[in-house]
Each structure stands twice: as C-alpha cells, then as structure tokens.
Design a protein around this ligand. Structure first.
Ligand SMILES: Nc1ncnc2c1ncn2[C@@H]1O[C@H](COP(=O)(O)OP(=O)(O)OP(=O)(O)O)[C@@H](O)[C@H]1O
Length: 322
C-alpha cells in the first residue's frame, strides 16, 4: 500500500492559537476519515496540505511531491471540496464545472467533455443549465464534487461532503466516494463529523484533538476488541446462563436495558461451550456475534483524553455488571 501523505513536525499558529502542534502523520492510499471535535485542526491541516496556509514548521511529501515546497504541483493533483459554498454567481452549473476544468489546465473542448461526464456521474440532468444560485443545498454539494473531480486527480480531499444531503443523496454520495476508490484507484481524505459515513466508506481513520494526532489506524483494527469478546442476546431471562458462565470462570457483563451479555475471553471457535451452557440452563440464544468497538465510543473516549475503551455491548449500553 502506497503512502499519499507523509508529514513531520507540522506546527501552525494563528496568533496565540496553536491549531496544529508538531503533527507527524502518514496517510496510506485508500479512503481515510479525518475526525476531530470542533476546532481540533482538521480544516487547518487540509488547507496546510493544499498549501493554502503557510505553516510555521514541518515538511514531508504529498503524493510524489515535496511538501510544502511543491504546493502548486500538489494542488494540481488534488480535487478539493471545501466545506463552504464555492461557485461564481451568475454561472450555469455546467459553466461552473467547466471553469474549474479550464483553471486546472484542460482545453476548452476536453474541459467541456469532462464537465458533462462528471455532472452525469453526480446525477445532474437538465439542471446543469440552471444558474447555480438557484441550486438546493444538495445540488451545491454535488456541484462542488463535480468541480473537484473534473481534472481527474489521484487524490480527493473532501470537507464535509454529505452535509445538508437528504438520506438518498447522502447514500449516493458515499457510494460515489467508495466507487472512485475501488474502481478508479482514487485516494480520498474525508473530513466529517458524521461517524456512520466514516464507518461506511473509510479504510483508515485519523483523529485530531486539540491540534495533535491522537489516533491513526485502520478502521478494522480500531473496531476489533482487544480481547476476544462475544456479544450475546438471549430470549427471556439470562440469569441462569450468567451463573453457569461465571461458575466456569468466564467474565460476563450484562446490560439490563438491552438484555445483552458480553462474554469475554471467548472467540467464535469456542462457541461450543456456550451452547452447552445454554442447553443446561434452558436459555434460548437470539444472537451470538463478535463484539466490535463502536467508532462513536472511540471518538468520545479519545476526545475526552481517555485511552481507548474496551468494546461496548451496544448503543445505549449501560455497562451494568451482573
Ligand atoms: N483564520 C483563523 N484565525 C484565527 N484562528 C483560527 C483561524 N482558523 C482557525 N482558527 C482556530 O484554529 C483552531 C483549529 O481550527 P480548525 O478550523 O482547523 O478546526 P476544525 O477541526 O476544522 O473545526 P470544525 O470541525 O469546527 O470545522 C480553532 O481553535 C480555530 O478557532
């Protein structure tokens, strides 16, 4: 797996505010979710990578270029979807995308062809011939996406691309992001507050807190419990089963609200012991599956300065021990 961003010791101050504090970071190819609470430095990091902000210290590489020295070349190879609206008033949708194509160096003919192609890809029909001021929030998001893609860059940096989209449009946008990564080999840095979006499309996660990188890992490895742990639901009262499990020396935690059990230190291959206990205690099992850490819990723990927590039983887990 190749590296698309590798930066070292990056600091950015706005007056007295330290927005990035000695950040060192490696981002591999694929889709990476950039997360962090408000004010944690995500936009500052993105604008710094694009060379739109001058950092006080730090160096590295973005794609195959020296950063920040080759900022202009780097920008040529990135499609950027900013968080804020980004259009020239008075232009039609198609003119707006074509303008970005021309600014990216495409010829008039090729720029127009690519613009139509990208507007088709983003689901625009005849609305492409309307003035952009008349566009809904969803159409403006799609317009920004088409503008970011028009010069066929290998790396997309998307700042809150699903904000303001209805559920159908949001799914379509996430599908496009995943499709571009898997079918067209694009890498994507997706900055968002919508954690389910990250869970849907990302391979990797970076969490910034207070200008420092607190987590950088694959989503798969973050979601995996540290110890083998199974998540179990029963039909009816599980107390007899809990007693047997505890008698056998296993740790089991019961969430009374969801009637779910967390059966620790046991992986799916050793499920036989559980089925025997369920039979002995006359308990019917509704579901039995590996527990996973929820990204939401990880995010909240990291933002609160905690070390990563053990896996939760379920959303709304009361963590009441039996
Ligand atoms: N132009 C600026 N002048 C002064 N301070 C700024 C400026 N831009 C950002 N900051 C400060 O830098 C810190 C990081 O801001 P940044 O916008 O990078 O965070 P963010 O993670 O993108 O936040 P959000 O999730 O709210 O968009 C914050 O304390 C913010 O107030």
């Amino acid at each position: 797996m190749s590296t698309i961003v590798e930066i070292e010791s990056v600091s950015k101050r706005y007056g007295a505010i330290d927005a990035l504090r000695n950040v060192s970071l490696r981002i591999p190819s694929g889709v990476t979710g950039l997360l962090g609470p408000n004010g944690s430095g995500k936009s500052t990091l993105i604008k710094s990578l694009l060379g739109l902000l001058r950092v006080q210290s730090g160096q590295g590489r973005v794609l195959d270029y020296r950063w920040p020295l080759d900022a202009r070349l780097i920008r040529d190879h990135i499609g950027y979807l900013p968080e804020d609206d980004c259009y020239v008033a008075g232009l039609l949708g198609i003119e707006s995308v074509t303008l970005m194509a021309r600014l990216s160096g495409l010829s008039g003919r090729e720029g127009l062809r690519r613009s139509h192609e990208m507007m088709d890809y983003c689901g625009f029909g005849e609305e492409r011939y309307r003035e952009v001021e008349s566009y809904s929030t969803g159409m403006r998001q799609k317009l920004k996406f088409a503008q970011a893609l028009v010069h066929d860059p290998p790396l997309l940096i998307l700042d809150e691309p699903t904000t303001g989209l209805d559920p159908d449009q949001r799914l379509a946008m996430l599908h496009r992001i995943r499709h571009l990564a898997t079918e067209h080999g694009k890498s994507v840095i997706l900055s968002t507050h919508i954690l389910p979006d990250v869970q849907t499309v990302c391979d990797h996660v970076v969490i910034l807190v207070d200008g420092t990188v607190r987590v950088t890992d694959t989503l798969e490895s973050l979601s995996r419990p540290i110890e083998p742990t199974m998540h179990l639901k029963t039909v009816g009262d599980p107390s007899e089963l809990i007693r047997l499990i505890q008698e056998a020396g296993h740790v089991v935690r019961h969430d009374a609200e969801t009637n779910a059990l967390r059966f620790e230190g046991v992986d799916p291959e050793h499920a036989g012991v559980l089925w025997q206990m369920a039979a002995s205690s006359n308990t019917a099992i509704r579901s039995f599956e590996p527990a996973v850490n929820s990204l939401e819990q990880i995010f909240m723990d990291v933002a609160a300065g905690k070390t990563l927590a053990p896996p939760s039983i379920a959303q709304g887990d009361s963590r009441a021990d039996s």
